[in-house]
Write a protein that binds this ligand. Structure first.
Ligand code: C2E
Ligand code: CA
Ligand code: CA
Length: 762
């Protein structure tokens, strides 16, 4: 038997013994009555020891200790007080003892201590409102309980023709107050250091006292003995059980306070009120007890009214808060948090409504190259740009349309008057002519305009506008297009392409073709440019122009470019092994700007070279001007590559806007004169402005490159005259169909072999 059960068993034994003694006494009338007074001090001592054992052996929270300690002392005080009473009982013999003042003092202080313990148990609620409401509830419950205990228990004793001694009355009064106070308190403990059931057991000891009162009032002398022998010892057992209960208490669970108690208390107070009402003896001039009960009833009613008012006010506040948060949620669900514009869901709603009552026009607007801005300048700048553009778009839409942000960089305007569509589109284009946002960025947008008659599905209208927008992008961006039938076909094909690419990369449908880069003086192969090809199982050979843009948009260019880089290095190493170190000087794959943003790019390049044993000086990375003009991060990557010994070539040179200034900041080794300056350069048409300009650019580029110590390659040479003219201008290296078309690796191998045998023959 564990320690705690031992105390329960001991207390139970005492209670049983006292009951047996009482039965025996009633039946035989033998022996001194004083024996009946012995059980109470014994059982109380056991109760105190049970709590002591609990405090010693269980780690209690400080608040728990603050409760159990006073209760334990209370038990000892009771034991001592009732021991004095028993001694008095033995002293005066067969008479019933009256409570000696010392005993009464001990017992009263015990009850006061226990009250203190109960009062110090924290309720576990924090909000001011909850605390206030609980005080009201507890006051109501306390008054209700007390009114009943008082009216039916104590008042009859006080008003009896032979009133009880003051000390006995005080004890009862306190015990009742303790019971009422702790019962109401225990109903509101939200969970905490003191187990609720344990506290309920402790509170019930107060009810034992009330039981004693009742028995004594009803029974007089006959009642006082059973009260002592039967009722009082139970309280010791209750304490032992409470200690046992606390020990077994699992982790405190949190639960809301008792909702019904105040209402029960109101009903309870009605019982003595009704009693007063129907018993005329309560009405007389001296019947202060009746008036007291009515007064308590009035106070309880007033408290209930106050409580209702407080709850009502709180409910109103909560309702207001709820409405506000609902409105906020509604707004959040239908608006874009960044720009504050309507979101796609709300736009769809507008569109559905518009299409039920008439025709509707949608302008779909998409920022060109937003992804690159975001990647190169960072998300904060990107966000700023979106917010700035949203403002510009709203201004441009004016009263003619409602603006929404559908996704990332995709906006839409719902235009109610179809005739105003073109005007809105023009204003949107004009709005992007000036720099946007605090970063003064220049953005271009592509837009698609579509109108649908009433009854059309909103999704159909959006698809049309999307097709028109796609057409606008195809036409070179920064413009708008009105939807026409059949426009969706390229857009659909394009959407399919994105999915196809991923699969193609997994299935190994890509191949590299190689175009020789030739010395113009002797026709020898100096290097090769690697150009990717897609051998589509159904469409056959797909040129890069048709899928590189899609690969860039989907981000697939990064893994694809990684493959190109590795394959080019592998192939170059193979040729060098087969044809010797002089067979080719360099291999030149193309690199997309997105690859430069890939944090692993430099590592990938280093690994591709190392894995195939290729020297970094054999690798040339071809970059376009727009790619290298992408901020500090990219520039750092380029310098890192340059420091590794990898050479960088500026592709399509001369077509960009800032070619010349670029050459100073950028660690390029090679410039590739764009094909557009080579086209027609051989035509001797002095006086033709176009021919003069081309020659001037070609000459300027070669001179500038020479001054800066850069190599040059002239691209797109299609005949011997062009080759000669460029050679005369100072170009020593060229590339073009005339010198060699891009061919498969096998054909290129054959060409190397031919060059080797030609050299051997010479
Ligand atoms: P690019 O880098 O300017 O490549 C030169 C393009 O001009 C190649 O087209 C080539 O076949 C073509 N070309 C060469 N000589 C002549 C000529 O004498 N006349 C004419 N009319 N064209 C000539 P291709 O292979 O279709 O590539 C087109 C573009 O696709 C390339 O332009 C390059 O920007 C891109 N590209 C190709 N392969 C890759 C790759 O692996 N990665 C990346 N990021 N881009 C690639
Ligand atoms: Ca190139
Ligand atoms: Ca080029």
């Amino acid at each position: 038997m564990t320690g705690s059960w031992r105390y329960v068993a001991a207390a139970t034994t005492i209670v049983l013994l006292s009951a047996i003694w009482y039965v025996w006494w009633v039946l035989t009338g033998a022996g001194p009555v004083a024996i009946g007074f012995l059980f109470m001090p014994l059982v109380m001592a056991v109760g105190g020891l049970a709590i002591r054992d609990l405090r010693r052996s269980v780690p209690l929270a400080p608040a728990g200790r603050r409760f159990w300690r006073p209760v334990e002392i209370c038990a000892y005080l009771f034991a001592a007080g009732f021991a004095l009473l028993a001694a008095e009982a033995f002293r005066i013999g067969p008479e019933l003892p009256s409570m000696p003042p010392a005993a009464a003092a001990l017992i009263c202080s015990g009850v006061l201590l226990a009250m203190w313990g109960v009062a110090s148990v924290p309720l576990g609620v924090t909000s001011r409102y909850e605390r206030g409401k609980q005080w009201l509830d507890r006051a109501i419950a306390l008054l209700g309980c007390s009114a009943v205990l008082w009216h039916f228990g104590i008042a009859p004793m006080v008003l009896a023709p032979e009133p009880w001694t003051v000390s006995a009355l005080t004890i009862l009064l306190l015990a009742c107050a303790f019971a009422a106070g702790s019962i109401t308190k225990v109903s509101y403990i939200a969970g905490g250091p003191v187990d609720r059931s344990a506290m309920r057991l402790v509170a019930s000891t107060g009810l034992c006292a009330a039981g004693v009162a009742l028995l004594s009032v009803i029974g007089g002398y006959e009642g006082a003995v059973p009260a002592q022998a039967l009722c009082m010892p139970l309280s010791g057992l209750l304490l032992a059980l409470a200690a046992r209960r606390q020990r077994a208490a699992a982790k405190a669970s949190v639960r809301p306070g008792n909702v019904w108690l105040p209402y029960l208390a109101v009903l309870a107070v009605d019982v003595p009120v009704a009693d007063v009402l129907f018993r005329p003896e309560h009405w007389g001039p001296g019947a202060w007890e009746g008036r007291l009960i009515v007064l308590v009833a009035v106070v309880v009613t007033a408290l209930v009214a106050v409580r209702q008012y407080v709850v009502f006010r709180e409910n109103t506040r909560l309702l207001r808060e709820k409405q506000a948060s609902e409105a906020r949620l509604r707004h959040e669900a239908t608006h874009d948090p960044l720009t504050g514009l309507a979101n796609r869901a709300l736009f769809r709603q507008w569109l559905d409504e518009a299409l039920t009552s008439g025709d509707a026009t949608v302008l779909l607007v998409d920022l060109d190259d937003f992804k690159t801005v975001n990647d190169s300048l960072g998300h904060d700048v990107g966000d700023g740009l979106l917010v700035g553009f949203a403002g510009a778009l709203c201004e441009a839409a004016g009263l003619d349309g409602s603006v929404a942000r559908l996704a990332g960089d995709e906006f839409a305007v719902l235009i109610t008057d179809a005739d105003r569509g073109a005007a809105v589109a023009e204003r949107v284009m004009a709005a992007t002519a000036a720099p946007i946002s605090s970063h003064r960025l220049l953005v271009h947008v592509s837009a698609g305009l579509a109108t649908a008659p009433a009854g059309t599905a909103a999704s159909q209208l959006l698809r049309d506008a999307d097709a028109a927008m796609y057409a606008a992008k195809q036409r070179g961006k920064a413009n708008w297009v009105r939807y026409a039938a059949g426009m969706e076909q390229p857009a659909q094909a394009h959407a399919r392409l994105g999915g196809d690419l991923r699969r193609a990369l997994d299935d190994g449908e890509f191949r590299l073709f190689y175009q020789p880069i030739i010395g113009l003086a002797d026709g020898r192969i100096i290097g090769v440019e690697a150009l990717v090809r897609w051998f589509h199982p159904e469409r056959g050979l797909v040129p890069p122009i048709e899928f590189i843009p899609a690969a860039e948009r989907t981000g697939l260019i990064v893994p694809l470019g990684r493959w190109v880089l590795r394959e080019a290095c592998r192939q170059a190493a193979e040729w060098l092994a087969e044809f010797g170190p002089d067979a080719l000087n360099k291999v030149a794959p193309n690199v997309s700007v997105l690859q430069l943003h890939d944090p692993d790019f430099v590592t990938d390049v280093r690994a591709a070279l190392a894995d195939h044993g290729l020297g970094p000086d054999r690798l040339v990375l071809e970059l376009t001007e727009s790619a290298v003009l992408r901020g500090q991060r990219v520039l750092r990557v380029l310098h890192e590559l340059h420091d590794m010994g990898v050479r960088l070539a500026l592709d399509d040179f001369g077509t960009g806007e800032s070619s010349l200034s670029l050459l100073r900041s950028f660690p390029a080794s090679i410039v590739k004169l764009d094909k557009s300056f080579v086209d027609g350069i051989e035509l001797d048409e002095p006086g033709t402005a176009a021919a003069d300009a081309r020659q001037a650019v070609a000459r300027a580029v070669v001179q500038l490159a020479g001054a800066l110590g850069l190599d040059t390659v002239a691209e797109g040479i299609e005949n011997q005259e062009q080759a000669d003219r460029l050679h005369r201008l100072g170009y020593t290296v060229g590339q073009g169909y005339h010198l060699g078309r891009p061919v498969s690796a096998e054909e290129m191998t054959a060409r190397f072999a031919a060059q080797r045998s030609a050299a051997a023959a010479a």
